[in-house]
Write a new protein. Structure first.
Length: 365
């Protein structure tokens, strides 16, 4: 895109070369004056062209580095153009009265900006206006309009600007002095009655003609837009460089990950094989135990008839059986002999009674 191109003819057609009455001049502007015509100083445009280009470069560099540009023009013929130009390039502006301390007392200005935002939120939402009287709403509306007129152009700035663009340095002398105090560079349109001492980027030219002010604003807006484009390109380059760095780092990380994955797979295979081996051993042990239990339960093992142990066991069993039978027979014999003895004793008792009582028997007969 590049910086906007302009020529000396454009400056002449816009009336940039016209100064003020010779009686109102500032002698410190003598180096920038070409002469006078009909009691009016003529500004040397051969010096205006390079100085204007230098100012455009400074604005482009500030915006390209992410800085803020504050356009200042509170005079009647510059108010509308200043606001329009600032909005066009996404910057900030002050087109009504410059409040004292707008730069040096930024904390107080920040509180006023916060109050303005709260009022806007309150008045734009229907729920928060319920319960307020008409007079209260009217007072809030007036307060919001007053704050918006003074601070509406800087309410989103978020901090002090990095460079100022001032149309009339004589009218905005407070802004110039505050910028000097804070070390903020100033791009100033200086007429034949202006003081160029505290202006870092002076632009000798007419600061009253609307056409001249419009030309300055258009050129500086173009420089700001060029700075925005450079900033975006720089961000894209940085993002591309980051992507390249990430792409270079990814293969090494991938190789590390693949190595770790292979190691993990090897370990998992080892663990799997070990677990399967242990499982097979457990299954074999369980099967052997089951087989043993079944063989013991069902007497699966055959008995050999010729086995000496078997013969010995049979002989012992036969001997034990014979012994048991003898004991039983002896018990029966003893029981029988006892019965016989009892019978014999009974018979002997009867015979004795008969012998002792023969008379009784005879009497009975």
């Amino acid at each position: 895109m590049g910086l906007p191109v302009f020529s000396m003819r454009q400056l002449l057609e816009a009336g940039v070369h016209f100064g003020h009455n010779t009686r109102r001049w500032d002698p410190r502007m003598a180096p920038y004056l070409y002469g006078s015509r009909n009691g009016i100083h003529i500004i040397d445009l051969q010096q205006t062209v390079p100085l204007l280009h230098q100012a455009m470069v400074s604005v482009r560099d500030v915006v390209g580095n992410g800085g803020r540009v504050l356009f200042v023009g509170t005079k009647r013929q510059a108010q509308e153009k200043i606001a329009e130009s600032a909005k066009k390039c996404g910057q900030y502006y002050v087109n009504h009265r410059w409040l004292g301390g707008m730069l040096t007392n930024w904390r107080t200005i920040s509180n006023s900006i916060k109050r303005l935002k709260d009022l806007e939120k309150t008045l734009t939402s229907d729920g928060e206006t319920i319960g307020l009287t008409k007079k209260e709403l009217l007072n809030l509306t007036r307060e919001r309009e007053k704050l918006d007129k003074a601070l509406g152009g800087i309410k989103e700035m978020g901090g002090q600007p990095d460079i100022l663009v001032i149309v009339d340095t004589n009218k905005e002398d407070i802004a110039v002095s505050e910028a000097k105090t804070l070390g903020i560079p100033v791009v100033g349109i200086i007429d034949s009655n202006s003081n160029p001492t505290n202006i870092q980027y002076p632009i000798p030219g007419n600061d009253d003609a609307i056409r001249a002010i419009s030309l300055y604003c258009e050129l500086l807006v173009g420089a700001a837009l060029e700075g925005i484009q450079l900033e975006m390109e720089a961000k894209n380059i940085n993002s591309d460089a980051e992507k390249i760095d990430l792409a270079e780092e990814v293969p090494s990380e991938t190789s590390d990950v693949s190595e770790d994955t292979s190691v993990n797979e090897t370990e998992s295979q080892k663990q799997t094989s070990a677990s399967s081996h242990e499982k097979h051993e457990i299954e074999n042990d369980e099967s052997s135990k089951n087989t043993k239990n079944l063989s013991e339960k069902n007497d699966v093992k055959p008995k050999d008839a010729n086995d000496p142990n078997e013969k010995k066991e049979k002989k012992e069993k036969a001997t034990a059986k014979a012994t048991t039978e003898e004991e039983v027979s002896s018990e029966n014999t003893s029981t029988k002999s006892l019965g016989d003895l009892d019978a014999m004793s009974d018979e002997s008792n009867d015979q004795t009674n008969v012998l002792e009582n023969p008379k009784t028997e005879n009497t009975a007969t």
